[in-house]
Ligand binder design. Sequence first.
Ligand SMILES: Nc1ncnc2c1ncn2[C@@H]1O[C@H](COP(=O)(O)OP(=O)(O)OP(=O)(O)O)[C@@H](O)[C@H]1O
Ligand SMILES: [Mg+2]
Length: 483
Amino acid sequence: MTRPALELRGIVKTYGATRAVDDVDLDVVAGEIHALCGENGAGKSTLAQIAAGKLAATSGEIARAGTIGLVRQHFELAGRLRVWENVVLGREPQRGARLDARAARARVSDLATRTGLHVDPDALVESLPIGLAQRVEILRELDSGPSVLVLDEPTAVLAPSEAEALFATLRALSRAGTAILVITHKLSDVLAHADRVTVLRVGRVTLRADAARTTTETIARAMVGGDLPMLPARAAVTVRKRLVARAIGTIDGRLRDATFAIGAGEIVGVAGVDGNGQSELVDVLAGMRAHTGALALDGDELAPGDPRTRIACGIRTIAGDRQRDGLVMAWSVTENAALGDQSRTEMRRGPLVDRAARERRARAIVAEFDVRTPSIATPVAALSGGNQQKIVVGRALGFAPRVIVAYAPTRGIDIGAAALVHARLIEARNDGVGIVLVSFDLDELFTLADRLVVLCGGTIVHACAREDFDRPRIGAFMAGLSS
Ligand SMILES: Nc1ncnc2c1ncn2[C@@H]1O[C@H](COP(=O)(O)OP(=O)(O)OP(=O)(O)O)[C@@H](O)[C@H]1O
Ligand SMILES: [Mg+2]
């Protein structure tokens, strides 16, 4: 047998008392797509960073044949630079002593076309929604032509068609001899696209299998060490309207003429490829952006607001980019759990902050969502991505919201925790909350939504009720093939 392109032996990584990675062996051979699965905090990102040489292991041995590229779970892109500049950064084509911008742009355009990861090479990265930023991050690593490519949850914010295109690209690379390790929570992708799968649980390997000879149930059990929570039954939808949007749009025209209503106790799913008006829609509802058209909450016209006043009237947002909009990374779990609720009477004693109430709130979220953290005083920067996400979700569900605007709420959450979030969202719905659910995962939309609207090119191109959900039809509207 040929030597693996990446060989990890007895890798251990400790953070204080936490054994994030605990004696892991892993091989990835040239020509294979190897999936790495495990629940939130299992040690996947830590292992990926150690494999890529970005993080030192506490002990263990690493052997690599050739160069390694790492697509990170939380991207490190230069926001003030353009897409093409980010992709070729450090590898810029030269003409004489100068950067050949034209050649660089052409190289990036060509790579985007070949891989199906379309993005405007001249866009400023800071202006991109997270799904497009993800494409840039992937393009940058592909551009370096590594012999081992590690991808940490690359499909979490991609639409199904984009994820398919990415896996097709990965397969082509693996045929050409690249060894690929891909971290994912989407077990259907593992079975459809991987050759082998390794599962971690609390830092240790709990399963090694050929993808062709295993099942999602086997992988799920190895991940969570038991059964998944069940979804609650859905109560009947009431006719009372919570939120009515009439012809809302943004000044820049990225969202246009969106008219829809959300009932009390209804989940309206928003399907579409990221970058088609979803983030604008969420920003408008959250009060983060000026808009045209009108919004009404429980029959009252909503004044153009800021996020604070929207929270005060019961509109809560689960941000798409948790690290940018949802959390203050250097702050503790307790402080983040109170974010947006600081001025609530429940969280104050007269003019003073009620520390005990804040800590109770943080403990409640930690318990309800099984947030893996050493303590509520720990900065959220030290939590794994999925555990950070659980705090954002738990916060939005507190204090009896009237409307929840959720943008990819289970992004990066493991299947056990995702099932828990789904159950909580359905409970909130059954209690009369109106929920706008933007998701790039059709399975999630089909599981949760009472109705669906499809956004394409900034407008609603299709709307349908749960009885009429049809995957190919919705896929065609998402891709702009139907109108
Ligand atoms: N810088 C750090 N300081 C302290 N603890 C850390 C740090 N980074 C990670 N950890 C801990 O190490 C463990 C593994 O984290 P890691 O990010 O590797 O998990 P993961 O499997 O990638 O999870 P997720 O699916 O949520 O992304 C977690 O318990 C986490 O809290
Ligand atoms: Mg991770």
